[in-house]
Design a protein around this ligand. Sequence first.
Ligand SMILES: CC(C)(COP(=O)(O)OP(=O)(O)OC[C@H]1O[C@@H](n2cnc3c(N)ncnc32)[C@H](O)[C@@H]1OP(=O)(O)O)[C@@H](O)C(=O)NCCC(=O)NCCS
Length: 314
Amino acid sequence: MAAGVQQEVAALVHAHVRRMGQIDPAAAASPTLADPQVRIGDRDLLAACAIRDLVFTEDSYEAMWGALHRHVLTVALAGPEADGAFEQALTRAVDLVVRRRVASSDRSISLTWPSMDPAGAGPLVRHGFAPLTVLGTVDLTSAEAGSCPVAPPERISQAGDEHVDQVLLLAEHLHQHESRLGALPHRPGTRTRLRNEMAAAIESSTQSVLIAMNGADVVGFVQAQPPQGAWIEKQVAANHAGYVSRLLVEPGARRRGVARALVDAAHGLLREQGAEVALVHYSAHNHPAASMWVRFGYRPVLTTWTRRLSPSQA
Ligand SMILES: CC(C)(COP(=O)(O)OP(=O)(O)OC[C@H]1O[C@@H](n2cnc3c(N)ncnc32)[C@H](O)[C@@H]1OP(=O)(O)O)[C@@H](O)C(=O)NCCC(=O)NCCS
């Protein structure tokens, strides 16, 4: 990239972070825009978009979480004409992606955008994107501390090796639930990968898997990753962010406060590990889960919008 363009992009990223800081400080992390393919603005750069292609094989770990061929957009936006500049950048980026000759028919375009910024929604809806996933956050320093007692017969404890099989069944149930909602694909290797992942999380000295037991039965679980280890941490402008990554309560044990007790225990562990905020991902159209996270004090920070490309566009 020419030095002049590099400077313009750096100034745009700076203005973007400042604009986001006014809208939502938690969402004001710097976007990575090394060499954007789309640049909007005559005199000053008002918007820029980088398109990154990620390609995965069907048996890879990443394939569990989305399309095999992903076009990931990163946009920076500044200036008073923000809505118009966003629309122009998106139109150009989508056009570039759709016109590419790609053999795969399992393709998506996605963009993660601050949930609180109204400039994003209209253009994304007009271009056929759906808000699929939300990253929510809660401030653990001000959220109520202490553990919420779960009503008998359930009790909360740390999962051990002897619980791997039962936790795997719940993790599979959760994955199927998300697939049913259209948020995750179904892949042939999912069961094996989930088993390995849950067994490793239970054995781990840093991650935690907490379970709700009713007698010898595991009726719910939650997984928590401490700050510094949580991969998600750099997506938000927060220090010491822990990650609550999976939560499911068996249908027969629901609406009795089991999820509340599990999340409360996970928050307690994250606090002990130095977390100041906790993050969670949930599907935007998983309405019981969305109300639950709000009830637990979370609010949306980033929304991932996705458009599937139909085979005729592939
Ligand atoms: C979402 C889920 C974990 C809730 O578990 P639960 O033990 O029933 O939840 P709780 O009894 O602790 O309720 C906590 C809050 O969640 C909300 N909630 C839970 N289920 C709800 C429902 N069916 N409709 C509306 N709100 C609901 C309520 O706000 C509730 O608080 P309140 O009872 O004080 O009003 C459970 O329904 C589940 O496992 N669903 C499928 C998997 C899933 O969606 N997991 C979340 C992934 S991010």
